[in-house]
Every structure is written in C-alpha cells, then in structure tokens.
Write a protein of this length. Structure first.
Length: 168
C-alpha cells in the first residue's frame, strides 16, 4: 500500500456523512424489517426479540452490501483509503514484536515495515486528531532511526509490501 496525501477536511466530512447514513439506515431498516415481520408473524406472548434481532441482522447485511458496492465511488475514496490503511497497520501491529526483534538484529525488511507503520500511524492519527500518542511515536521513530544508522540502512516506504510480513 502506498501512502497518499489526504485532504483532512474532505475526509472528515465524508466519514461523518457515511457514519450518519449508516446509523440512519441501520435504525430505520432494523425497525422497518422488524415491524414487517411482527405484522406478518405476530407472537401471542408479545415477545418479538427474535424478529427485532433478525431486523438488525438483515439491515446490517444490507448496509454492508451497499458499502461494498459504493466502495469504488469517488466520494468514498478518502474513507476507503483510511479503512485500508487501518487494515495494513493492523497486519503490522500483530507482528510488531517479531519485527522489532528482527530490526534489532539488522533485518532490513523489518525496519522497512516498522518505518511504514510509524509513517502511516502518524498520518492516520493526524487525520483522526488523535495526537495523544505522538510523543511516543517520536520516541519509537528515534529508536528506529538509531537502528537504521547503526546498520547503515536506508528504507523507502514506497517499497513496502505486506507480503514481506510473511517471513515474521
């Protein structure tokens, strides 16, 4: 995955709209489906939990299908980019202990994956206004910079590919 410059204002606007639309669709759809099922199959005991649950499940599946369908629309570009970025970071985070151990031993691929993670995390946290851990990130980056200098290695995050994580 290549990191791209994202317009923060546009991203936040589109994300808020997508979240709002999903909330409205889930609420309205769940109630609508449940009410239709209750009208078609009334329960004399008055317990309609299973119909309400089915309404939530059916509507959730419909919303997921719509999101997958509109995923490639230009309006969704920034939102999908951040979703994909979070998935890429999760893959790296699951292997971070092994990556750090390998980086300490001079493994260039490990250093590349860590550098990508730090750069992508910075971008993500700035987009989401999550600046609390930026000081920690600066410390981690300084340690990585020390390792890069110690092993006389330069990494270019444009060369990062998730496939290299398989070795860890």
């Amino acid at each position: 995955m290549l990191l791209e410059a994202i317009n923060k204002a546009r991203y936040r606007k589109h994300l808020n709209y997508v979240i709002g639309a999903c909330v409205v669709a889930l609420t309205g759809g769940s109630l609508g489906v449940a009410q239709c099922l209750i009208a078609l199959f009334p329960d004399p005991d008055g317990s309609h939990f299973h119909w309400n649950l089915l309404g939530v499940i059916v509507t959730s599946l419909m919303v997921a299908m719509v999101l997958l369908k509109v995923r490639r629309h230009s309006y969704m570009y920034e939102v999908v980019y951040v979703w994909d970025l979070k998935q890429a970071l999760n893959k790296i985070t699951r292997k971070m202990t092994k990556l750090k151990t390998a980086a300490e031993q001079g493994n260039v691929d490990a250093m590349l994956a860590i550098q990508f993670s730090y750069t992508a995390s910075k971008q993500l946290w700035e987009l989401d206004d999550n600046l609390i851990t930026m000081d920690d990130l600066a410390t981690w980056q300084a340690h990585l910079d020390t390792l890069l200098k110690q092993y006389n290695v330069t990494v270019d995050i444009k060369e990062y590919n998730a496939v290299l994580l398989k070795q860890f």
